[in-house]
Design a protein around this ligand. Structure first.
Ligand code: NAD
Ligand code: UDP
Length: 314
């Protein structure tokens, strides 16, 4: 197949391209390096079957030649960007998704979109773990609104595009994913904690650290995305690891695995930070035969090794 991956220079984009290339597909990577890394594209460019186009997806796109699938991963994803890049995020979730849908429609390609657990916002306790049927609890004007509402708009756009034009669409709701090649200064919890622990500095735990997340290793996520792309499931599907951990315990685990003696520094918690997050993966299990394989300790060891051996976390 010949496929387009928008957001190829990013963390998940790199791993998805790598896997597609290793399966023998031709991959056109596209990125504007807004939060991506040039070295990811340099490494992918050494592989047979990879071509790259530097482009902002909010601008019109034309891509000559056959295209079987469009994977859309183009969007800043770290809460640290929700302030400084708020309008760019809304733009890429609206115009960017629209442009890529048009491209997929013109090419007769399947459109595979990366949505997020953030569409559930700060889930209430009756909806824990989160199933795809949950409508969510999102503050439409809060500090995370650009991303949460942007991703919700994108899902609505995709479903209506499908209804109007009958194109094939797939939507994956990704829960916190981690692994090598996350940017060290990306601002998300895992690069922060690993960098701090490796430097022997205090780990900056927001609030009392009792809020929870469920972390999925990147190879498991990529497997889930590919199974979804190959399926006939047009409804959104949660892909994540249901192994839930408090952020304070997550910090302690990372300290233990690095073997350093950093302490925890409790710092103020950002507004609207979700209290709980854990995927119900029944749909992925039953419709895709998918479940995560890499446990938290194993995944963290691999990621810490990668961060330790390379300054940019790869
Ligand atoms: P990332 O920031 O590493 O990658 C995003 C990539 O998109 C970057 O390379 C960036 O330069 C590119 N990009 C952004 N705006 C663009 C534009 N206008 N034009 C072209 N390229 C653009 O983030 P990631 O963690 O790899 O996330 C990839 C996708 O998965 C995103 O859509 C994100 O919302 C989604 N997601 C990720 C997670 C996670 O835990 N990593 C969780 C939920 C959803
Ligand atoms: N967090 C933290 N310290 C940090 C960065 C994040 O305690 O240095 C917390 C954050 O408040 C949230 C969780 O870790 O409760 C996950 O944050 P992240 O930014 O990785 O992504 P989110 O799941 O909030 O989108």
């Amino acid at each position: 197949m010949r496929v387009l991956v928008a957001g190829a220079a990013g963390f998940i984009g790199y791993h998805l391209c790598e896997r597609l290339l290793s399966e023998g597909h031709t991959v056109v990577g596209l990125d504007n390096f807004c939060t991506g890394q040039r070295r990811n594209i340099a490494d992918l460019s050494r592989r047979r079957g990879f071509e790259f186009v530097e482009h902002d997806v909010v601008r019109p796109i034309e891509l000559p030649g056959r295209l079987d699938a469009v994977y859309n991963l183009a969007c800043p994803a770290s809460p640290a960007d929700f302030g400084p890049k708020a309008l760019e995020i809304m733009d890429v979730c609206a115009h960017g998704v629209w442009r890529l849908l048009e491209l997929a429609r013109a090419a007769g390609a399947t459109f595979v979109h990366t949505s997020t657990s953030e569409v559930y916002g700060n889930p209430d306790r009756q909806h824990h773990p989160q199933r795809e049927e949950y409508f969510g609890n999102v503050n439409p004007i809060g500090p995370r609104a650009c991303y949460d509402e942007g991703k919700r708009f994108a899902e609505a756009l995709i479903v209506n595009y499908r209804r109007r034009y009958g194109i094939e669409t797939r939507t994956v709701r990704i829960f916190n994913t981690y692994g090598p090649r996350m940017r060290r200064d990306d601002g998300r919890v895992l690069p922060n904690f690993i960098s701090q622990a490796l430097a022997g500095e205090p780990l900056t735990v927001h609030g009392d650290g009792s809020q929870t997340r469920s972390f999925c290793y990147v190879s498991d996520l990529v497997e889930g995305i590919l199974r979804l792309a190959a399926s006939d499931v047009s409804e959104p599907v949660n892909i994540g690891n249901p192994d839930e951990v408090s952020i304070a315990d997550f910090a302690r685990k990372i300290i233990a695995l690095t073997g350093n003696r950093s302490r925890l520094a409790f710092v103020p918690r950002p507004a609207d930070d979700p209290d709980l997050r854990r995927p119900d993966i029944t749909r992925a299990r039953t419709r895709l035969g998918w479940q995560p394989r890499v446990g938290l300790e194993e995944g963290l060891k691999r990621t810490i090794d990668a961060f330790g051996s390379d300054a940019s976390g790869g």
